[in-house]
Design a protein around this ligand. Structure first.
Ligand SMILES: CC(C)(COP(=O)(O)OP(=O)(O)OC[C@H]1O[C@@H](n2cnc3c(N)ncnc32)[C@H](O)[C@@H]1OP(=O)(O)O)[C@@H](O)C(=O)NCCC(=O)NCCS
Length: 231
């Protein structure tokens, strides 16, 4: 198993969330990470690639929580989805529980996950490969105000822009209902970006390159957030 986890800091030093990447070289011996409900969901998946990605995401979320001392063991939390498909973590039991915001993405066997440490801060993560698809589909998701400091109009430009918008849309939680053209992404030369919806800038984030992958991480605040640095 490959696993790495990093904090996301905002306003200088304060960690607002953590994100992680996880890759499993086989499916076996990981089911001890799952609760009974999660095992049932897992057993409903058919494709082995999808099963490994799904499992890698759950293991990564649970490892972050264990490393941060939120839970003693992986079965002390459940990952469930709301009616829009947004995942949420429940810690504790029915009469004494706490919900935490999280986000999941996977691509070609790798899972990228993110957990917010604050109930008011929503998070979104997306992992993409550098493909031609975003370039081909650019008219469906690029808006007038979008601007990144990457070679304009290149394959990389559209792949990064897509990842930033996917991460922002997951932080918003509406999934396919989001009109990507209405999310305005502006990036700086340091791989940070901010996202405006209806001229309100409540989402900030950061993207990075990890081998052949692009990872974009977004965090959405009830008010305008400060400076972001994800490591
Ligand atoms: C539903 C959506 C989140 C799926 O994204 P995706 O790129 O197919 O897949 P990813 O691997 O990045 O993300 C999948 C994860 O998103 C999460 N997710 C699903 N719906 C979500 C929602 N409404 N809000 C936040 N997260 C959501 C789930 O946890 C899922 O993982 P899981 O099935 O293991 O639990 C959605 O953003 C989507 O399909 N977007 C594509 C829209 C598009 O094509 N836009 C461009 C126009 S050309």
């Amino acid at each position: 198993m490959f696993y790495m986890n990093r904090p996301i800091c905002c306003n200088g030093a304060k960690s607002v969330a953590s994100w992680a990447l996880c890759w499993l070289n086989h499916e076996g011996r990981h089911e001890e990470f799952l609760t009974e409900d999660e095992k049932k969901e897992y057993s409903r998946l058919n494709a082995s690639g999808r099963k490994r990605e799904w499992l890698a995401a759950r293991i990564a979320l649970k490892r972050i929580l264990m490393e941060a001392n939120y839970i003693e063991s992986p079965i002390h939390c459940h990952i469930r989805k709301d009616r829009f498909g947004r995942p949420k973590i429940t810690l504790g039991e029915e009469d004494d529980f706490r919900i935490m915001n999280c986000s999941i993405s996977h691509k070609r066997g790798i899972a990228a996950v993110c957990i917010s440490w604050f109930p008011e801060i929503k998070v979104g993560i997306d992992v993409e490969t550098l493909s031609e698809k975003p370039f081909r589909l650019r008219s469906a998701f690029v808006g007038k105000g979008d601007s990144l400091t990457i070679i304009p109009q290149s394959k990389e430009y559209y792949a990064v822009l897509w990842a930033c918008k996917e991460a922002a849309s997951k932080a918003m939680g509406l999934g396919m209902l989001t009109d990507f053209r209405k999310l305005c992404v502006v990036g700086d030369g340091d791989r940070r970006f901010s996202v405006s919806e209806n001229r309100q800038e409540r989402t900030k984030g950061y993207y990075l390159f990890f081998g052949d992958f692009i990872v974009a991480i977004a965090h959405r605040h009830p008010t305008i957030p400060g400076d972001t640095r994800a490591n």
